[in-house]
Write a protein that binds this ligand. Structure first.
Ligand SMILES: *Cc1c(COP(=O)(O)O)cnc(C)c1O
Length: 427
């Protein structure tokens, strides 16, 4: 509350951990699975959810809790829950309010790992995902909803397609059907976009990417805006009716605006164990301290790379939402203040072979299956992550054979450009 009024840079550095006199200045790592109590009654209160405190690190931990408070403040939410991976955040965010026999509506422009989770693994749990594709007209989108639809899902800046989500449109779509909008804000980060300000109800992140920013720890987080009215929606008994696994707790009655995130923790985290380690939270916290500085540099460097590539006669096309002539430019302006993350995709003239040769000729930019950390890296999906596909199948997946995805880091822009120039000259 005090924190939300501070500048985002201040929250990144000082949020979450507020030491008392004589306590460590820096967030300590509470590497403990367990906590000690003065009496059985005190512990009983924790089991009944009538008192606050830590019980067991599978459910909560003081180091992790401080980082959760920081991220909740950064997004402007009422609470957050860190998870073992971004995938676990997507899973828990959806599964918290959707079960077997129910469905949800999802933008088709999402990360491939999320698409697999939703379309294959969650299908096995009896939950059906219904994708909104770019060609769909309004009535076709409306027809995706029925009485069993429980949420809408999208990605602020899609990995790797780099399409910018029209958050206000998706929020109005969701709210018209009395369901919440969940937004994966991984690529934008709260530095460039705070989806709650445009009507999103829940935000998730793969903290593995820019939040950690150093390619060191896999992690995820779910943030609850506290804005969605679960009782008024009339279709979420899991939040509005007694939970027998806690002798009759009613999340909306007992936890008010924090109902959703409280249930995610005390029920899903308790039962699934998708818990982050205290050390992982500590490292994530270090990354968060410099997030605003790094995002600005990622943006400056990526824009310079995108402009350089555009000017090269060896490059067929460049996709970067902040470019003047990008078809994403208006939404990039509206939702990201005209800025964007460090990921740029482009096509090398000469197709698959030329793209491969270009990638192999880079030296500063390393070939890595990752994006969004301090080091510049590059991937040619057609010969790596999508190598089993034919050219026709690649086209259906939105990955052309000439596509190179570069995650521009925060090194000297001169060195990054020189590396690209040398590799292009080798073609
Ligand atoms: C990487 C990624 C994920 C998955 O996160 P992990 O931390 O790798 O489990 C989810 N969403 C987006 C946008 C991502 O880039």
């Amino acid at each position: 509350m005090k924190q939300e009024k501070q500048g985002i840079e201040t929250v990144c550095v000082q949020g979450g951990w507020e030491p008392e006199g004589g306590e460590p200045r820096v967030l300590p790592i509470y590497q403990s699975t367990t906590y000690k109590y003065d009496s059985g009654e005190q512990l009983g209160g924790l089991f009944d959810l009538t008192s606050d405190g830590h019980m067991y690190t599978r459910i909560s931990n003081p180091t992790v809790e401080c980082v959760e408070k920081k991220i909740a403040a950064l997004e402007g939410g009422v609470g957050a829950m860190c998870t073992s991976a971004g995938q676990a955040a997507s899973l828990c965010a959806v599964f918290n309010i959707a079960g077997a026999g129910q469905n949800f509506v999802c933008s088709s422009s999402i990360y491939g790992g999320t698409a697999n989770l939703f379309a294959v693994t969650m299908a096995r749990m009896g939950i059906e995902v219904r994708f909104v594709t770019p060609e769909m007209k309004e009535d076709e989108i409306e027809a995706l909803f029925d009485g069993n639809t429980r949420l809408v899902f999208g990605e602020t800046v899609a990995n790797p397609a780099l399409t910018v989500l029209d958050i206000e449109y998706y929020a109005s779509l969701a709210h018209r059907h009395s369901v919440p909008l969940i937004v994966d804000n991984t690529f934008a980060t709260p530095i460039f976009c705070r989806p709650f300000e445009y009507g999103a109800d829940i935000v998730i992140h793969s903290t593995t990417k820019y939040m950690d920013g150093h390619a060191q720890v896999v992690g995820g987080v779910i943030v609850d805006s506290g804005n969605f009215d679960w009782e008024a929606a009339g279709k979420y008994p899991e939040l509005c009716a007694p939970d027998e696994s806690y002798h009759g707790v009613v999340y909306t009655r007992d936890f008010g605006r924090s109902a959703y995130i409280t249930k995610a923790r005390v029920q899903l985290m308790r039962d699934l164990g998708t818990t982050p380690q205290p050390l992982a939270a500590y490292l994530l916290n270090l990354g968060l301290e410099t997030l605003p500085l790094r995002m600005e540099r990622h943006f400056e460097n990526a824009l310079a790379v995108a402009k350089f590539l555009k000017a090269s006669d060896k490059i067929a096309w460049v996709n970067y939402p902040a470019l003047e002539d990008s078809d994403q430019r208006d939404r990039c302006e509206k939702y990201l203040g005209g800025k964007c993350c460090g990921v740029v995709s482009f096509g090398v003239k000469g197709g698959r072979e030329a793209a491969m040769k270009f990638m192999n000729s880079l030296s500063l930019a390393k070939i890595v299956v990752h994006v969004a950390d301090a080091r510049t890296c590059v991937l040619h999906p057609a010969s790596t992550t999508h190598r089993q596909l034919t050219d026709t199948q690649l086209a259906d997946a939105g990955v052309s054979p000439d596509l190179v995805r570069m995650s521009v880091g925060i090194e000297s822009i001169d060195d990054i450009i020189n590396d690209i120039r040398t590799a292009l000259e080798s073609l």
